[in-house]
Design a binder for this molecule. Structure first.
Ligand SMILES: [Zn+2]
Length: 238
């Protein structure tokens, strides 16, 4: 039976069954922190309707989003494999549901199921690619391009053209001052490309938003996040 999380649903049946005994369904509220940068990672999250932002924060408090994870992925995985200290701050961008598993339970399943480790390593590789693309995007693309790309990425993961995000959310994700987002959204609203109300932004003209987004959209879209673990089975992967 599918869970709604693409990563879990791509796993071979036996692994999915083992995981299901330890997975706990949780509700995540907007702006909740799953981990702060450097904090111990005790649980791994598999978002369903929730969307999680991974941030880097400078010593003087500036933030920038390095990855966005929704129903296609996993949060906390890299840290669990390595130091068990979170490399980034992970905050709920859009509140909703997720499944979580304790790291010690996951490690026990990994010992018995090498196919799961192969799928996780592939996912970590995809995350590194996503972060590399965000690095290029943040350096070379305009705020309007980055805002349109980010809005499309959030809406795609949410599965709705209207998402509950504020100017402060977008500014924190894109590493710019809030008035810059206010001005960017004002221009897009005037052209009726987007609309704003009650701390939410709606995409009115999807084609126009895609036109204004940068080339990074194709690489960061969940349409490209198919996990080859679907082709694995636990015995052959072992
Ligand atoms: Zn870009």
């Amino acid at each position: 039976m599918n869970t709604g999380n693409f990563f879990i649903d791509s796993l071979p049946h036996e692994i999915k069954q083992r995981l299901s005994f330890q997975l706990q369904l949780v509700k995540l509220a907007k702006h909740d922190h799953l981990y702060l940068q450097g904090q111990k990672v005790d649980s791994i999250y598999f978002p369903l309707s929730a969307i999680i932002s991974k941030y880097q924060t400078s010593a003087d408090g500036h933030t920038i989003e390095v990855a966005l994870t929704g129903k296609e992925g996993v949060v906390g995985l890299t840290s669990a494999f390595d130091s068990r200290e979170s490399m980034n701050s992970c905050q709920v961008c859009i509140g909703g549901s997720a499944m979580k598993i304790r790291v010690d339970f996951l490690m026990k399943i990994l010992e018995a199921e090498p196919g799961l480790e192969a799928a996780m390593m592939h996912y970590i590789d995809a995350q590194v690619k996503q972060m590399s693309r965000r690095l290029l995007c943040n350096r070379f693309h305009s705020v309007e391009q980055r805002f349109c790309t980010w809005l499309l990425l959030v809406a795609e993961r949410r599965g709705k053209p209207r998402v509950r995000i504020t100017h402060a959310d977008a500014a924190r994700a894109l590493g710019v001052h809030r008035p810059t987002i206010t001005e960017t959204t004002r221009i897009l609203c005037e052209k009726k490309i987007i609309a704003q109300s009650n701390a939410a932004i709606a995409i009115n003209d999807l084609d126009q938003v895609k036109e204004l987004a940068c080339e990074c959209l194709a690489d960061l879209s969940i349409a490209k996040k198919a996990v080859p673990a679907r082709r694995l089975n636990s015995k052959s992967a072992a």
